[in-house]
Each structure stands twice: as structure tokens, then as C-alpha cells.
Design a protein around this ligand. Structure first.
Ligand code: NAP
Ligand code: MG
Length: 500
């Protein structure tokens, strides 16, 4: 894109950032009560960026009591919806104003390519928050068909105090998906960002305060999952927890809830998403373009990464050729701050090792690397190039487990029916991509795919207006995005009136 700044200008922005390091509770930045801190690093260089507050149970207790008081005061929860919308939109405006700075911050803390932060993460997060802010004064309740003598009103009230526990792969976007509906509905919110990527969330809190979101409405409690995450899950003063992360940790929240106050739990979890090429689709260059972004966008650190590409046996060679051509031409990995790269670093050393472990596993099970397969030696960064395996069967480990890195597998099918069977042969069900020439075939097979989102003739998670969430082990209890996302942050109330 021609309107990127120069590398030197982005460097200057990076150097000028003042990093926020404390938790944000009751409208103030405060250290952890214990005084403990944790480091956050730039994974592309290995450099420690700063240390931030390593909070614990006592900080969560404080955040919950302030959030509860704020909620009950009505300062936000009972503010006129049009007024809430205006303040919320001011926050959105400040994000737009600080878009470049936020994008640089996000890239530094996570290893994501700055180009993507600038053109995708930030604009999409801003649009998402704007959509939910606008929705604040456009929602109606209902009346029941209860006859002449009775009036049944069905209203939605904000749930109260909401905990949002976030992953590291899209820190600002996941904040937007959850905070959009939660704040729009008038809740008070406690956010726990992932420990590898706290900085952008803290900066957003600063902007929210500047926009006039009343103190006590939004708290950011930083710290480890075992301490802050579990304290949020177990807290009797929290009404709803909306979690995005791994299936393994997600399961724990159901147990936290059952051990405490039966708070509502909404889980957005992992995926092992298929890309299905039906046998009538022969524009392999087009399919390959989308398959590459399905597999490698955000270095495959994406819950909807398509890590199983299921192709008709007779078209495998032609597809693979087009796929490799696409990767050679359009996918460039390296320094995240260099905007000519669209792939950056893995988020952390431990995650890098996990992904490399899967690559070794694929090799040891006899799958054939057709490109990639070895880490790149770029400074002290954690760079793994797009890796494609051929000769993969649905039983191989790399075809069954979520890798969460730039690794995908080519699996062949003898028929469209078999392709869909293989696609559904997984414990997950988050997203599926389907390519078909015939529209009727596309619809028929889209219905058969067991996934919360099926994108046809493109790779997509839908947009801000469409609900997003998984079937099977990919999700539980509700959806993000769209009107449906508001359900998780509200209670339905029936008011039943005697008219006789
Ligand atoms: P994760 O390890 O499950 O962590 C998610 C969050 O949970 C982090 O804030 C983490 O804190 C916290 N946590 C860790 N252990 C905890 C515990 N024992 N109790 C309470 N909280 C705990 O997931 P991740 O590695 O960050 O993210 C990758 C996963 O997220 C992948 O499986 C991916 O598919 C999924 N994901 C799903 C979606 C979706 O919308 N469906 C979107 C994005 C990602 P710390 O950071 O401090 O450990
Ligand atoms: Mg970091």
C-alpha cells in the first residue's frame, strides 16, 4: 500500500511510545497490590519492552468491588443509551486518531506484521466498536402474545459485572469483539489481556478514560492466567465471563463457574478448520490465493486458520502448483516493522517451540514437506516460514491437532462426499472454507459442514454483523459479533402485568 510511512518513521514512532505498565482499576493506573511485575518482550527481537503489573486475587477483588459499585450507581448502566453511544463513539474516534501508534504498539508486543495491524487489525477493531456503539440506542424489546388481560414485556437488562479473558493472537480485535457489546449494553467490565500482549489493551484503557467512559466501567487487570484468570473465573461478584483462548483453558472456566456462583460462561475456542475444494472448482490460482490467507494470515496464529486443505485427488497437483506459486509471489516474512512483509514472528519462544514440534512430528510420521519446514535465521526472532505438508492422511497428528502456526496439510479426497466427511472428522467446529463453482452444490455442502461459520469462495470469518462462534469443542454458550453477541452480556427479564 502506497500510503505506508517509511521504516524510519515507524521506528521513530516505536521509540516515542510511552508504555503503560500498571493495571487500570477505578479509573487509575495502579501497581499490583503485591508489587510484583512480569516482563513483556518483543518476540521479533527478543528485547524486553517493559515490565507490567503481575496482579493477583486481591487486585481482582478490588476491580470487582469497584465495577459492582459503578454498575449499581447507574452512571453507565442507566445512562440514556444515546448518551452512552456518544461517549463510546468518542472512544472510537480516539482509536482512529491514534491508529498508527496503536498498530506499532501491537506489532512490537506480539510480532505481528505492522502492515496487517495497520490495514486489518486496527480498522476492523474500530469498525467493530463503532457498530456496537451505534447499536446502543437502536435495540428494542418485545411484548408477548398473552391475550387481552395481561401485558407481558420482554426486556433485556445489562448482566452486571463482566469478565473478559483474552488471547494474544489478536489483542485489540478480541478486546473489540467483547468490549463492543459489553459496554454498549451498560455493563462494567474487567479485562484480563494475555500476558504476552498486554500493552495495547492498557493504551486502550487510557483512551477510554480520555473519551469520558466513567471511571470504574472498564478495568484492566494484568497478570498470569493461573492467578488473575482463575480469580476472575471463580469470583462470586462476576456475572458473566467471556473467554477466548484454548479449549484446554476454556474447559476450566466451566468448572470455575460451577465451583462459584454459576456465572454465565461464553467460550470461543480453538479450531482445526478445513479448506474444501469441491471437484467442479478449477480456478486453482483463485483457490490458492484464498487458501494461502486461510492458512497463513497472522502466521497461522489464528483460531480460524485452515490447517487442512482437502482437494480432489485428480486436482491435487494443479492446486499444489498454484499454491506454491502464490506463496512464492505474495507471502514475505521478516521484520514486522518493515511494511513490505506480511508475515512476522511467532509470539513467544515457547509457542515457537510448540509449532516446530508439530513440524517435526509431521516429518516423523512420513508427511512430506513441500515448502518451509525449517525455522529462519533472522536476528534473534522466532520466524517460521509458511510450511506445507503433502502426503498427509486424516489420521496424522498434524491433521488432527490445532497447531496455531504457519503449517498446513494437503489431504486428498476421492469425492465431494468424502471431502466433507474428512472435513467433519474433527472434535472442533469453528470455521470451514468451501470452494465450488455451482451455487447449488455450494449451498448443499455448506449446510453439511459442521462449523459455526462456513465461508464460500473466499476465506472469511464473516463481518461485524454476523455471529461468530464454534460448534463442538470450538465454543460454548454464546457468540461474538453481530446482534447475537449482545445476548451474552444481558439478562432477559419478563415483566407481566395484570390488565383486568
Ligand atoms: P490460552 O492459553 O487458553 O489463554 C487464553 C487466556 O486465558 C489468557 O489470557 C491466559 O492468560 C488465560 N489463562 C491461561 N491459563 C489460565 C487458567 N488456568 N485459568 C484462567 N485463565 C487462564 O490461549 P492462548 O494461547 O492465549 O490463545 C490461543 C488459543 O485461543 C487457540 O486455541 C485459539 O484457537 C484460541 N482462539 C480462539 C478464538 C475464537 O474466537 N474462537 C480467537 C482467538 C484465539 P496468560 O496469557 O496469562 O497465560
Ligand atoms: Mg510481548
Amino acid at each position: 500500500m502506497s500510503d505506508f510511512l517509511s521504516r524510519g518513521e515507524y521506528d521513530a514512532i516505536a521509540k516515542s511510545l510511552s508504555l503503560q505498565t500498571k493495571a487500570f482499576i477505578g479509573g487509575k493506573f495502579v501497581p499490583a497490590i503485591s508489587g510484583k511485575t512480569m516482563a513483556t518482550v518483543n518476540p521479533a527481537t527478543g528485547e524486553e519492552l517493559t515490565r507490567f503489573a503481575a496482579c493477583g486475587q486481591e487486585d481482582v477483588d478490588l476491580a470487582v468491588s469497584i465495577a459492582r459499585k459503578t454498575f449499581e450507581s447507574g452512571v453507565w448502566s442507566r445512562m440514556h443509551p444515546s448518551e452512552r453511544k456518544k461517549i463510546f463513539l468518542r472512544f472510537v474516534g480516539l482509536m482512529e486518531k491514534h491508529l498508527t501508534e496503536l498498530a506499532v504498539l501491537e506489532s512490537l508486543d506480539s510480532g505481528k506484521p505492522l502492515s496487517e495491524c495497520l490495514v486489518t487489525d486496527l480498522p476492523e477493531s474500530i469498525e467493530c466498536l463503532e457498530w456496537h456503539a451505534e447499536y446502543a440506542d437502536k435495540k428494542y424489546g418485545g411484548t408477548s402474545p398473552s391475550g387481552d388481560g395481561r401485558l407481558g414485556l420482554i426486556e433485556r437488562e445489562p448482566a452486571g459485572v463482566v469478565g473478559c479473558v483474552l488471547p494474544w493472537n489478536f489483542p485489540i480485535q478480541m478486546f473489540a469483539w467483547k468490549l463492543g457489546p459489553a459496554l454498549s449494553e451498560g455493563n462494567s467490565v474487567i479485562v484480563k489481556p494475555a500476558s504476552w500482549t498486554t500493552l495495547s489493551t492498557l493504551r486502550l484503557a487510557e483512551l477510554a478514560a480520555e473519551a469520558g467512559i466513567p471511571e470504574g466501567v472498564l478495568q484492566i487487570v494484568t497478570g498470569g492466567g493461573e492467578s488473575v484468570g482463575s480469580a476472575i473465573g471463580l469470583h462470586p461478584g462476576i456475572d458473566v465471563v467471556s473467554f477466548t483462548g484454548s479449549t484446554e483453558v476454556g474447559r476450566r472456566f466451566l468448572s470455575y463457574s460451577s465451583q462459584s456462583n454459576l456465572k454465565r460462561i461464553v467460550l470461543e475456542l480453538g479450531g482445526k478448520n478445513p479448506f474444501v475444494l469441491l471437484d467442479d472448482y478449477t480456478d486453482f490460482a483463485e483457490a490458492a490465493k484464498w487458501a494461502a490467507s486461510a492458512a497463513f494470515w497472522n502466521m497461522g496464529e489464528n483460531c480460524t486458520a485452515n490447517s487442512r486443505i482437502i482437494v480432489p485427488e485428480q486436482h491435487k497437483d494443479a492446486f499444489l502448483e498454484a499454491f506454491l506459486e502464490e506463496l512464492r509471489n505474495n507471502w514475505k516474512i521478516g521484520d514486522p516493522l518493515d511494511t513490505s512483509n506480511n508475515l512476522g514472528s511467532m509470539v513467544s519462544e515457547s509457542h515457537f517451540k510448540k509449532v516446530m514440534g508439530y513440524i517435526e512430528k509431521g516429518k516423523s510420521e512420513g508427511c512430506r514437506v513441500v515448502t518451509g519446514g525449517e525455522a529462519l535465521n533472522i536476528g534473534s526472532g522466532l520466524f517460521i516460514p509458511p510450511t506445507v505438508f503433502d502426503n498427509v492422511t486424516p489420521e496424522n497428528t498434524i491433521a488432527r491437532e490445532e497447531i496455531f502456526g504457519p503449517v498446513t496439510s494437503i489431504i486428498t479426497a476421492k469425492s465431494n462426499e468424502e471431502a466433507v466427511r474428512i472435513a467433519n472428522d474433527t472434535h472442533y467446529g469453528l470455521q470451514a472454507t468451501l470452494f465450488a463453482k455451482d451455487v447449488a452444490m455450494a449451498h448443499k455442502y455448506a449446510r453439511q459442514l459442521q462449523a459455526g461459520t462456513v465461508s464460500v469462495n473466499m476465506f472469511s470469518e464473516g463481518d461485524n454483523t454476523t455471529p461468530f462462534g464454534g460448534y463442538k469443542l470450538s465454543g460454548f454458550g454464546g457468540k461474538d459479533k453481530g446482534r447475537e453477541s449482545h445476548d451474552q452480556y444481558t439478562e432477559t427479564k419478563t415483566i407481566f402485568v395484570n390488565l383486568d
